[in-house]
Write a protein that binds this ligand. Structure first.
Ligand SMILES: Nc1nc2c(c(=O)[nH]1)N[C@H]1C(S)=C(S)[C@@H](COP(=O)(O)O)O[C@H]1N2
Ligand SMILES: [Mo]
Length: 339
Protein backbone atom coordinates (compact mmCIF):
# COMPACT_ATOMS: atom_id res chain seq x y z
CA UNK A 1 0.00 0.00 0.00
CA UNK A 2 2.61 2.54 1.03
CA UNK A 3 4.25 4.16 -1.95
CA UNK A 4 8.03 4.27 -2.08
CA UNK A 5 8.84 7.22 0.08
CA UNK A 6 11.68 9.59 0.45
CA UNK A 7 11.68 12.70 2.59
CA UNK A 8 11.60 15.70 0.32
CA UNK A 9 11.15 19.41 0.51
CA UNK A 10 7.41 18.81 0.21
CA UNK A 11 7.35 17.44 3.73
CA UNK A 12 9.34 20.21 5.30
CA UNK A 13 6.30 22.12 6.39
CA UNK A 14 7.84 24.11 9.20
CA UNK A 15 8.44 27.24 7.20
CA UNK A 16 4.89 27.69 6.01
CA UNK A 17 3.57 31.08 7.05
CA UNK A 18 -0.06 30.97 6.06
CA UNK A 19 -2.71 28.33 6.46
CA UNK A 20 -3.96 28.65 2.92
CA UNK A 21 -0.51 27.63 1.72
CA UNK A 22 -0.61 24.68 4.05
CA UNK A 23 -4.04 23.60 2.87
CA UNK A 24 -2.94 23.81 -0.74
CA UNK A 25 0.19 21.90 0.02
CA UNK A 26 -1.77 19.15 1.70
CA UNK A 27 -4.06 18.91 -1.30
CA UNK A 28 -1.04 18.68 -3.52
CA UNK A 29 0.60 16.01 -1.40
CA UNK A 30 -2.62 14.05 -1.26
CA UNK A 31 -2.98 14.11 -5.02
CA UNK A 32 0.58 12.80 -5.29
CA UNK A 33 -0.18 10.06 -2.78
CA UNK A 34 2.26 11.46 -0.24
CA UNK A 35 -0.06 12.13 2.65
CA UNK A 36 -1.02 8.52 3.22
CA UNK A 37 2.53 7.34 2.75
CA UNK A 38 3.98 9.83 5.17
CA UNK A 39 1.37 8.91 7.76
CA UNK A 40 2.26 5.24 7.51
CA UNK A 41 5.94 5.88 7.71
CA UNK A 42 5.42 8.39 10.48
CA UNK A 43 3.59 5.79 12.55
CA UNK A 44 6.38 3.24 12.39
CA UNK A 45 9.11 5.84 12.80
CA UNK A 46 7.21 7.23 15.75
CA UNK A 47 7.12 3.83 17.35
CA UNK A 48 10.88 3.66 16.95
CA UNK A 49 11.08 6.90 18.90
CA UNK A 50 12.43 8.99 16.06
CA UNK A 51 10.13 11.86 16.71
CA UNK A 52 7.26 13.15 18.70
CA UNK A 53 3.64 12.11 18.56
CA UNK A 54 2.42 15.39 17.10
CA UNK A 55 4.78 15.15 14.15
CA UNK A 56 2.47 12.47 12.78
CA UNK A 57 -0.04 13.92 10.33
CA UNK A 58 -3.24 14.56 12.22
CA UNK A 59 -6.48 13.32 10.67
CA UNK A 60 -8.06 16.20 8.78
CA UNK A 61 -10.90 17.37 11.00
CA UNK A 62 -14.13 17.78 9.09
CA UNK A 63 -15.61 21.21 9.46
CA UNK A 64 -18.45 20.38 11.80
CA UNK A 65 -21.72 21.97 10.66
CA UNK A 66 -22.50 23.03 14.23
CA UNK A 67 -19.45 25.29 14.24
CA UNK A 68 -20.92 28.55 13.09
CA UNK A 69 -18.86 31.31 11.51
CA UNK A 70 -18.30 34.36 13.72
CA UNK A 71 -17.96 38.02 12.77
CA UNK A 72 -14.95 39.74 14.27
CA UNK A 73 -12.49 42.58 13.88
CA UNK A 74 -8.72 42.08 13.63
CA UNK A 75 -6.76 44.58 15.72
CA UNK A 76 -3.33 44.83 14.13
CA UNK A 77 -1.36 44.59 17.39
CA UNK A 78 -2.38 40.95 17.78
CA UNK A 79 -1.36 39.75 14.31
CA UNK A 80 2.00 38.17 15.15
CA UNK A 81 4.39 37.17 12.42
CA UNK A 82 4.77 33.49 13.35
CA UNK A 83 3.54 30.36 11.63
CA UNK A 84 0.05 29.57 12.81
CA UNK A 85 -0.55 26.05 14.02
CA UNK A 86 -2.90 24.48 11.45
CA UNK A 87 -6.51 24.10 12.47
CA UNK A 88 -6.41 20.31 12.37
CA UNK A 89 -3.58 20.30 14.94
CA UNK A 90 -5.25 22.86 17.18
CA UNK A 91 -8.41 20.75 17.22
CA UNK A 92 -6.91 17.24 17.52
CA UNK A 93 -3.94 17.70 19.89
CA UNK A 94 -5.61 18.79 23.11
CA UNK A 95 -5.45 18.76 26.87
CA UNK A 96 -9.00 18.47 28.25
CA UNK A 97 -8.93 15.81 30.93
CA UNK A 98 -12.71 15.80 31.32
CA UNK A 99 -12.67 13.95 27.98
CA UNK A 100 -9.62 11.76 28.64
CA UNK A 101 -5.91 12.22 29.23
CA UNK A 102 -4.65 11.31 25.74
CA UNK A 103 -3.93 14.17 23.35
CA UNK A 104 -6.41 12.78 20.83
CA UNK A 105 -9.09 11.79 23.39
CA UNK A 106 -10.94 15.14 23.59
CA UNK A 107 -11.57 15.33 19.84
CA UNK A 108 -12.86 11.75 19.89
CA UNK A 109 -14.88 11.86 23.13
CA UNK A 110 -16.41 15.33 22.91
CA UNK A 111 -18.23 14.93 19.59
CA UNK A 112 -21.66 14.84 21.28
CA UNK A 113 -20.97 17.63 23.79
CA UNK A 114 -24.12 19.78 24.09
CA UNK A 115 -23.62 23.48 24.69
CA UNK A 116 -26.74 25.23 23.38
CA UNK A 117 -28.47 25.56 26.75
CA UNK A 118 -25.25 26.92 28.31
CA UNK A 119 -25.27 29.60 30.96
CA UNK A 120 -22.29 31.50 32.35
CA UNK A 121 -22.83 33.07 35.76
CA UNK A 122 -20.78 36.10 36.89
CA UNK A 123 -21.13 36.72 40.62
CA UNK A 124 -19.35 37.01 43.97
CA UNK A 125 -18.01 40.37 45.15
CA UNK A 126 -19.76 42.45 42.48
CA UNK A 127 -22.50 45.06 42.51
CA UNK A 128 -24.34 43.59 39.52
CA UNK A 129 -24.14 39.81 39.17
CA UNK A 130 -25.51 38.51 35.87
CA UNK A 131 -25.92 35.42 33.73
CA UNK A 132 -25.08 35.12 30.05
CA UNK A 133 -27.05 32.62 27.99
CA UNK A 134 -25.66 30.76 25.00
CA UNK A 135 -26.61 33.44 22.46
CA UNK A 136 -25.16 36.32 24.45
CA UNK A 137 -21.77 34.61 24.78
CA UNK A 138 -21.08 35.60 21.18
CA UNK A 139 -23.27 38.71 20.93
CA UNK A 140 -22.95 40.73 24.17
CA UNK A 141 -19.39 41.93 23.54
CA UNK A 142 -17.77 42.86 20.21
CA UNK A 143 -15.54 40.01 19.03
CA UNK A 144 -11.90 40.32 18.00
CA UNK A 145 -9.46 37.91 16.42
CA UNK A 146 -6.19 37.64 18.32
CA UNK A 147 -3.31 35.46 17.29
CA UNK A 148 -1.64 34.29 20.49
CA UNK A 149 1.09 31.85 21.42
CA UNK A 150 -0.14 29.07 23.71
CA UNK A 151 2.66 27.53 25.79
CA UNK A 152 1.79 24.33 27.64
CA UNK A 153 3.71 23.50 30.82
CA UNK A 154 4.63 20.24 29.02
CA UNK A 155 7.01 22.31 26.84
CA UNK A 156 5.10 22.35 23.58
CA UNK A 157 3.43 25.37 22.06
CA UNK A 158 1.05 26.47 19.34
CA UNK A 159 0.05 29.70 17.62
CA UNK A 160 -3.73 30.01 17.61
CA UNK A 161 -6.07 32.55 15.99
CA UNK A 162 -8.61 32.92 18.81
CA UNK A 163 -11.84 34.89 18.61
CA UNK A 164 -13.13 36.49 21.76
CA UNK A 165 -13.44 39.54 23.96
CA UNK A 166 -11.48 40.95 26.87
CA UNK A 167 -12.33 39.43 30.24
CA UNK A 168 -12.07 43.02 31.54
CA UNK A 169 -15.20 43.97 29.59
CA UNK A 170 -17.19 41.21 31.27
CA UNK A 171 -15.87 42.02 34.74
CA UNK A 172 -16.58 45.74 34.32
CA UNK A 173 -20.16 44.93 33.45
CA UNK A 174 -20.55 43.22 36.85
CA UNK A 175 -19.07 46.25 38.71
CA UNK A 176 -16.58 44.66 41.14
CA UNK A 177 -16.64 45.76 44.77
CA UNK A 178 -13.52 47.31 46.32
CA UNK A 179 -13.06 44.11 48.35
CA UNK A 180 -12.64 41.92 45.21
CA UNK A 181 -9.00 40.83 44.78
CA UNK A 182 -9.17 37.58 42.78
CA UNK A 183 -11.27 35.94 40.09
CA UNK A 184 -12.24 32.26 40.35
CA UNK A 185 -13.27 30.22 37.29
CA UNK A 186 -15.12 26.94 37.13
CA UNK A 187 -15.61 24.41 34.31
CA UNK A 188 -18.90 22.58 33.78
CA UNK A 189 -19.45 19.58 36.04
CA UNK A 190 -21.48 17.04 34.07
CA UNK A 191 -20.25 13.46 34.39
CA UNK A 192 -22.91 12.29 31.96
CA UNK A 193 -21.29 14.29 29.20
CA UNK A 194 -17.71 14.21 30.44
CA UNK A 195 -16.35 10.68 30.81
CA UNK A 196 -13.25 11.91 32.65
CA UNK A 197 -15.47 13.09 35.50
CA UNK A 198 -16.91 9.59 35.88
CA UNK A 199 -13.64 7.76 36.24
CA UNK A 200 -10.38 8.55 38.02
CA UNK A 201 -8.57 6.61 35.35
CA UNK A 202 -10.04 8.42 32.34
CA UNK A 203 -9.89 11.83 34.02
CA UNK A 204 -6.38 11.58 35.42
CA UNK A 205 -7.43 11.43 39.08
CA UNK A 206 -8.43 15.09 39.13
CA UNK A 207 -11.03 16.42 41.55
CA UNK A 208 -13.74 17.98 39.36
CA UNK A 209 -14.97 20.52 38.44
CA UNK A 210 -11.71 21.90 37.08
CA UNK A 211 -11.09 25.28 38.69
CA UNK A 212 -8.68 28.13 37.98
CA UNK A 213 -7.98 31.61 39.23
CA UNK A 214 -6.30 34.93 38.51
CA UNK A 215 -5.47 37.97 40.56
CA UNK A 216 -7.96 40.73 39.67
CA UNK A 217 -5.29 42.89 38.00
CA UNK A 218 -4.23 39.91 35.83
CA UNK A 219 -7.85 39.30 34.93
CA UNK A 220 -8.28 42.97 33.95
CA UNK A 221 -5.16 43.02 31.76
CA UNK A 222 -6.07 43.75 28.13
CA UNK A 223 -4.32 40.56 26.94
CA UNK A 224 -6.61 38.32 29.00
CA UNK A 225 -9.21 36.93 26.64
CA UNK A 226 -12.51 35.12 26.91
CA UNK A 227 -12.47 32.99 23.78
CA UNK A 228 -15.61 31.83 21.98
CA UNK A 229 -14.00 30.71 18.74
CA UNK A 230 -10.91 29.90 16.72
CA UNK A 231 -10.06 29.90 13.03
CA UNK A 232 -13.11 32.05 12.25
CA UNK A 233 -15.74 29.79 13.82
CA UNK A 234 -17.22 28.96 17.22
CA UNK A 235 -15.03 26.81 19.49
CA UNK A 236 -14.92 23.06 18.91
CA UNK A 237 -15.91 21.14 22.06
CA UNK A 238 -12.36 19.84 22.54
CA UNK A 239 -11.02 23.40 22.70
CA UNK A 240 -13.42 24.46 25.44
CA UNK A 241 -16.80 25.21 23.86
CA UNK A 242 -18.71 27.37 24.22
CA UNK A 243 -16.41 29.74 26.17
CA UNK A 244 -12.93 29.44 27.68
CA UNK A 245 -10.21 31.61 29.12
CA UNK A 246 -6.96 32.41 27.29
CA UNK A 247 -4.08 33.90 29.31
CA UNK A 248 -1.22 33.89 26.82
CA UNK A 249 1.66 34.73 29.20
CA UNK A 250 0.89 31.82 31.53
CA UNK A 251 1.23 28.07 31.13
CA UNK A 252 -1.73 26.56 29.26
CA UNK A 253 -3.38 24.95 32.28
CA UNK A 254 -4.43 28.43 33.47
CA UNK A 255 -6.56 28.78 30.30
CA UNK A 256 -9.57 26.94 31.71
CA UNK A 257 -12.15 25.55 29.28
CA UNK A 258 -15.95 25.34 29.10
CA UNK A 259 -16.57 27.87 31.88
CA UNK A 260 -19.92 28.02 33.71
CA UNK A 261 -19.05 30.39 36.52
CA UNK A 262 -16.78 33.39 37.15
CA UNK A 263 -16.74 34.54 40.75
CA UNK A 264 -14.97 37.55 42.24
CA UNK A 265 -13.50 36.91 45.66
CA UNK A 266 -11.18 38.40 48.28
CA UNK A 267 -9.10 35.20 48.70
CA UNK A 268 -6.72 33.44 46.34
CA UNK A 269 -8.89 30.64 44.93
CA UNK A 270 -7.76 27.00 44.73
CA UNK A 271 -6.63 25.87 41.26
CA UNK A 272 -6.83 22.33 39.90
CA UNK A 273 -3.20 21.58 39.03
CA UNK A 274 -1.87 23.34 42.11
CA UNK A 275 -4.16 21.21 44.27
CA UNK A 276 -2.94 18.08 42.54
CA UNK A 277 0.79 18.85 42.81
CA UNK A 278 1.66 22.18 44.39
CA UNK A 279 5.40 21.52 44.02
CA UNK A 280 4.96 21.28 40.21
CA UNK A 281 2.23 23.81 39.38
CA UNK A 282 1.98 27.22 41.02
CA UNK A 283 -0.92 29.65 41.22
CA UNK A 284 0.84 32.24 39.06
CA UNK A 285 2.36 29.83 36.51
CA UNK A 286 3.88 32.59 34.40
CA UNK A 287 5.90 31.23 31.49
CA UNK A 288 9.52 31.53 32.59
CA UNK A 289 12.44 29.88 30.78
CA UNK A 290 14.69 30.44 33.83
CA UNK A 291 12.63 28.42 36.26
CA UNK A 292 12.59 24.70 35.53
CA UNK A 293 9.67 22.43 36.26
CA UNK A 294 10.90 19.96 38.92
CA UNK A 295 11.03 17.22 36.25
CA UNK A 296 12.05 19.07 33.09
CA UNK A 297 13.56 22.26 31.74
CA UNK A 298 11.33 25.12 30.59
CA UNK A 299 14.15 26.80 28.62
CA UNK A 300 12.84 25.66 25.24
CA UNK A 301 9.67 24.34 23.67
CA UNK A 302 8.47 22.25 20.75
CA UNK A 303 6.47 24.54 18.45
CA UNK A 304 3.71 22.57 16.80
CA UNK A 305 3.35 23.60 13.19
CA UNK A 306 2.50 21.19 10.45
CA UNK A 307 4.53 18.20 11.53
CA UNK A 308 6.09 16.17 8.77
CA UNK A 309 9.29 14.20 8.90
CA UNK A 310 11.73 17.05 9.03
CA UNK A 311 9.80 19.25 11.41
CA UNK A 312 11.62 19.61 14.70
CA UNK A 313 10.81 23.18 15.59
CA UNK A 314 12.48 23.41 18.97
CA UNK A 315 12.63 27.09 19.87
CA UNK A 316 13.72 29.09 22.91
CA UNK A 317 10.99 29.83 25.39
CA UNK A 318 10.53 33.55 26.05
CA UNK A 319 9.88 35.22 29.40
CA UNK A 320 6.12 35.67 29.79
CA UNK A 321 5.81 33.70 26.54
CA UNK A 322 6.95 36.87 24.74
CA UNK A 323 4.29 39.11 26.34
CA UNK A 324 6.72 41.42 28.15
CA UNK A 325 4.04 44.06 28.65
CA UNK A 326 2.70 42.10 31.64
CA UNK A 327 5.98 42.46 33.58
CA UNK A 328 4.72 45.45 35.65
CA UNK A 329 2.03 43.18 37.14
CA UNK A 330 4.80 41.31 38.97
CA UNK A 331 7.13 44.17 39.88
CA UNK A 332 7.40 43.34 43.59
CA UNK A 333 7.71 39.60 43.06
CA UNK A 334 10.82 37.42 42.94
CA UNK A 335 10.39 35.73 39.59
CA UNK A 336 13.34 33.40 40.11
CA UNK A 337 11.22 31.67 42.72
CA UNK A 338 8.84 28.95 41.76
CA UNK A 339 5.23 30.09 42.02
N1 LIG B 1 -11.41 22.32 32.07
C1 LIG B 1 -10.18 22.14 31.59
N2 LIG B 1 -9.52 23.19 31.07
C2 LIG B 1 -8.25 23.01 30.58
C3 LIG B 1 -7.62 21.74 30.62
C4 LIG B 1 -8.36 20.65 31.16
O1 LIG B 1 -7.89 19.50 31.22
N3 LIG B 1 -9.62 20.89 31.63
N4 LIG B 1 -6.31 21.62 30.15
C5 LIG B 1 -5.48 22.84 30.13
C6 LIG B 1 -4.20 22.67 29.47
S1 LIG B 1 -3.00 21.78 30.31
C7 LIG B 1 -3.88 23.28 28.28
S2 LIG B 1 -2.33 23.22 27.61
C8 LIG B 1 -4.94 23.98 27.49
C9 LIG B 1 -5.01 23.38 26.10
O2 LIG B 1 -5.93 24.07 25.29
P1 LIG B 1 -6.19 23.56 23.81
O3 LIG B 1 -6.51 22.09 23.87
O4 LIG B 1 -7.33 24.38 23.29
O5 LIG B 1 -4.92 23.79 23.04
O6 LIG B 1 -6.24 23.88 28.11
C10 LIG B 1 -6.23 24.02 29.52
N5 LIG B 1 -7.60 24.10 30.01
MO1 LIG C 1 -1.02 22.39 29.35
Amino acid sequence: MAKPFKPSVHLKDNDVTDESVYVNRRTLLKSLGFVGASTLLAKSAGAAGWFWEDDVDAPKSELKPQLKPLKFTQPSQFQINETRTPEDKVTTYNNFYEFGTGKDDPAKNATEFQTNSWTLKVDGLVKKPFVLDYESLTSRFPLEERIYRLRCVEAWSMVVPWIGFELAALIKQAEPLMSAKYVAFETLYDPEQMPGQRSRFVGGGIEYPYVEGLRLDEAMHPLTLMSVGLYGKTLPAQNGAPIRLVVPWKYGFKSIKSIVRIRLTDKQPPTTWNRLASNEYGFYANVNPQVAHPRWSQASERRITTGGLLARNRIDTQMFNGYQEVAPLYSGMDLSRYY
